[in-house]
Ligand binder design. Structure first.
Ligand SMILES: [Zn+2]
Length: 258
């Protein structure tokens, strides 16, 4: 089993060329010819995740968020990023990113999240000019807004969420979701008459726009995407990728509610 086997999994299930143009997916650091001793699946490449991979003898890390995203003009080993690159190369790790190609794929991030919160009759939320569909919209047995929020927090194992709502006295039945930073799909959620739109990374000014639009939004953050780890692990095993395949346990939300 080498990096090429991973590539063939993604080529079949979540082709790199389905990622958004601005994205950077696939092999990020390392060499595809390298034999895979073990795979660690993580949301992000952090020092803790790299340590966990080394400790568990996993020389391959698949992350959802790309480790290298903004262009590097220099690699200063005295910076946190430089030190991580140094460690990755010293330990001969292979770093692979499955980001928007995983988001738009099937089941991918969004069907997985929709299934987790129990949406049925799901459909793609937003299709762009290239025919690439992002997010899901579906229905749930009617719940009050408070009950719905508690349900989402339980199902996605979230300690806190942010609600943007022009009025709270609403029965929730039609739900749109786009994992990660999905503010660009809020018009689709509005057009398709979602009672609430679940996404992450909603800024203050976007929140104001949602109020004006009368689009109810629940900001579930990027950490909600953590559940992809188990889902991807199962898909890799089903595809025949030989392990061991682990999911990172050291990751926690960077936000603390005070
Ligand atoms: Zn994300």
């Amino acid at each position: 089993m080498t990096g090429h086997d991973l590539v063939s999994f993604f080529k079949t299930k979540y082709p790199e060329n389905t990622a958004y143009e601005w994205d950077h997916v696939g092999l990020q650091v390392g060499r595809l010819n390298q034999k895979i001793n073990g795979i660690l699946i993580a949301l992000d490449i952090t020092e803790a995740v790299i340590e966990e991979a080394i400790k568990n003898n996993c020389n391959t890390i698949i992350s959802h968020h790309p480790f290298l995203f903004h262009p590097l003009k220099k690699i200063n080993l005295d910076t946190p990023k430089g030190a991580l690159i140094e460690k990755i190369i010293q330990h001969q790790l292979m770093i692979y990113a499955a980001h928007t190609n995983y988001d738009v794929g099937h089941p991918g991030m969004n069907q997985m999240l929709a299934d987790k919160i129990g949406l049925t009759e799901t459909d793609v939320l937003d299709v762009d000019e290239n025919g690439i569909g992002m997010g899901r919209i579906g229905t749930i047995a009617p719940l009050s807004l408070d009950d719905f929020i508690n349900h989402v927090k339980n199902q996605l194992d979230l300690k806190h969420v942010h609600l943007i709502s022009h009025h709270d006295d609403k029965i929730i039945q039609k739900v749109a979701i786009s994992g990660g930073s999905g503010s660009s799909h809020m018009m689709a959620a509005k057009k398709k008459k979602a009672d609430i739109y679940l996404t992450g990374d909603v800024t203050y000014h976007t929140a104001l726009e949602c109020l004006e639009l009368k689009l109810r939004v629940l900001d579930i953050g990027h950490y909600a995407e953590s559940h992809f780890k188990t889902a991807l692990k199962e898909e890799l095993i089903a595809f025949g990728i030989k392990g061991p395949i682990e999911t990172a346990t050291v990751e926690v939300s960077p936000f603390k509610l005070k």
